[in-house]
Structures are given as C-alpha cells and as structure tokens.
Design a binder for this molecule. Structure first.
Ligand SMILES: NC(=O)C1=CN([C@@H]2O[C@H](COP(=O)(O)OP(=O)(O)OC[C@H]3O[C@@H](n4cnc5c(N)ncnc54)[C@H](O)[C@@H]3O)[C@@H](O)[C@H]2O)C=CC1
Ligand SMILES: O=C(CO)[C@H](O)[C@H](O)COP(=O)(O)O
Length: 302
C-alpha cells in the first residue's frame, strides 16, 4: 500500500520505518525539514507540504491513506485543514496520536474521508517490537488499512477495532490512566524499600521481581533499567512529573460515568503536586494546623 505520513518525530519515524520494512510506499511530511530528510534517507518519498503530500498520493491509483502522528490538539486540526480539499469519501485518515476522543468524534464528522482514531502504545521500543493499536471508526476503513496496521503493530494480534469513532482514543485514554496508576504503585513500593529497614539494591529487587514474580511487567523492566542507569537512589532525577492530559481526561470520565478511579486520580494528583515550586501548599497548611490544634512544632523552611 501507499501511505502518506504527517509527523515524523519519535513515533512517526517508527511508523515510517516499519511500513517501509514491510514493503509499503511512504510519502512523508513534517514541519521539520531534517525529519523529512531522515525519512527520505530511510526510503520514503519526501513532501514539502501537506498539499504536496496529498498531490503525490492522488497521482497514484486508488484511494489516499494518510496517517497523522503529530501532537494532540491544534497540530491535528491544522493538518486536517490542509488535507480537507484533497480528500473524498473513499480516502482514509488515521490519527495515531493521543487525541482526546471527543475531538476525534468531531473530526470524524467533519472529515470528507473516513476517519480512524488510533490509540498507539509502545513508545520508542515499538521500533523493534511494533506497537499496540486501538482503532475506532468505520469497519470498512479499518479493514482497508489492515496491511498498514499489521506492519505498524506487533503483527495482526497487535491491533483491533474497538468500535465506532472515538472508541480507539477512548480506550487509549483509559490505557494511559492505568499507566499512571501502575507507575504510582511501583513508585510507592520502591520508595518504601528505599526509605525502609534494609540497605537494598533496587536494581536487584526489580530484577528478581521481573523473573517470575506476580508483579513483573514492562514498566517494572523500565524501573530496573532506571536503577541500573541512575543508581539505586536515582541520582539527580528530580521529583517533578510532567504530562498529565490523558490522565486528566480519564479522571474526568470516571466522574462523569460515576465510576470510582481513586488510584488513577491519586497518581494524577501526585503529578500536579510534584510541580509546586516551594512544596505543596496543602502540606504546609497541615503542618501549621497541627500547631493550631495540638501545639505540635511547626516545621520551618531553612
Ligand atoms: N512518545 C511516546 O511514547 C508516545 C506518543 N504518542 C503520541 O503520538 C503523537 C506523536 O508523539 P511523538 O512522536 O512522541 O512526538 P514528537 O514531538 O517526537 O513528534 C511530533 C512531530 O510532529 C511534527 N509536527 C507538529 N505539528 C505538525 C504539523 N502541523 N504538520 C506536520 N508535522 C508537525 C513535529 O515537527 C514533530 O516532528 C502525540 O500525539 C503523542 O502523544 C502516543 C504513544 C506514545
Ligand atoms: O501515550 C503515551 C504512553 O502510553 C505517551 O508516552 C504519553 O505522553 C504519556 O502520557 P503523559 O505524557 O501524560 O505521561
């Protein structure tokens, strides 16, 4: 198949490489000329604009298929605005980024082509392994793109249609909420081991847990890698966690559906709390209130 690919960053470059390796033709565009040049070196046809990409796709027989791998939000709308006049109902657009599922439903309704919202999991490790793909949208469009999904995913078992428009990004949103909670659980356990009674080598702990333990996982392998590369006390790694949009959406959805998601909420709140420049206000107030009701000594900043 031929695939137009817009966005050639950490994830888009992997989509390009895996499609090329599988024998598909790729026409590649990114705002970053160096990224386009790198894709061209790998075997893709370079495009110098979205319009150029669409024109190259239209020059070959059959419907056009375009994969967006750009940051969620305005970049997706900008690419779709530029594509719109080049698309018709036989064409297929895939958004493989972390878009909010309601945005994907809106875009699917407005897009002249069939629109697939595709949650993508696996990160840069997907270059070797392939990704896990959660796809929403029309069944015919999903089936038409199966050769591309086979190439980008771990294989035929690494992708599935979750349901109508929005369902793919909805499932990926919840996946990320689970990711937050798992990271929080591992973080708490290793913090207790680090602060606790024994002088432990946390790389060794993670290593033995990863060999047969109930809690083994890829995230735990990444914990092991972090302790190996940063040291058991994590060296100069700061206590500040960025990101947060997908976790926020997951918590909001939990509230709207009246489904309790306390672990995911706690993990999200830890992220927000980590960003206070001078410590958490709530913890400082609790410190002062303990003096108020119990005359416990107030801990002062040095
Ligand atoms: N990095 C990760 O582990 C994962 C990322 N994602 C999602 O995949 C999407 C892409 O992520 P990354 O590759 O990590 O981001 P990235 O920042 O590495 O790459 C994004 C690329 O899009 C390009 N770009 C931005 N706006 C553009 C536009 N209007 N037209 C053409 N190119 C444009 C940028 O120049 C950049 O090369 C995001 O939605 C992200 O949330 C999903 C799963 C995992
Ligand atoms: O989707 C992903 C992994 O599955 C991306 O790495 C995403 O950036 C993670 O979310 P956040 O930035 O909120 O940590």
């Amino acid at each position: 198949m031929q695939l137009g690919l817009i966005g050639l960053g950490r994830m888009g470059q992997i989509v390009a490489d895996r499609c090329l390796d599988a024998g598909h033709d790729v026409v590649a565009f990114d705002l970053d000329e160096d990224a386009v040049a790198a894709a061209a070196d790998a075997g893709a046809e370079p495009a110098d604009s979205v319009a150029d990409l669409a024109t190259q796709l239209a020059a070959t027989d059959g419907p056009s298929c375009v994969w967006l791998m750009v940051p969620a939000g305005p970049a997706v709308d900008a690419a779709l605005d530029d594509l719109e006049s080049h698309l018709d109902g036989d064409d297929v657009v895939v958004d493989g980024g972390n878009s909010y599922y309601e945005d994907s439903v809106r875009r699917a309704e407005a897009c002249p082509a069939a629109y697939l919202d595709c949650g993508t999991s696996g990160g840069p490790a997907g270059a070797e392994l392939g990704f896990s793909l959660m796809v929403g949208g029309p069944a015919w469009a999903y089936e038409a793109l199966e050769p591309v999904f086979d190439a980008v995913a771990t294989g035929p078992d690494g992708h599935a249609r979750m349901g109508p428009s929005g369902a793919g990004h909805y499932v990926k949103m919840v996946h990320n909420g689970v990711e937050y909670a798992l990271m929080q659980a591992y973080g708490e356990g290793f913090e207790l081991l680090h602060e606790g009674r024994y002088d432990l080598d946390l790389e060794a702990v993670a290593g033995v847990w990863n060999n047969g333990a109930v809690i083994r996982s890829w995230l735990l392998e990444l914990c092991e890698e972090a302790f190996r590369e940063e040291g058991t006390a994590l060296g100069d790694v700061a206590d500040r966690i960025e990101g947060g949009s997908t976790g926020t959406w997951t918590v909001q959805e939990g509230l709207e559906q009246e489904v309790p998601v306390p672990l995911i909420y706690t993990a999200l709140a830890e992220r927000f709390g980590s960003r206070a420049d001078e410590g958490r206000f709530s913890r400082r107030l609790a410190n002062r209130l303990r003096y108020g009701f119990g005359r416990h000594e107030v801990q002062r900043r040095s």
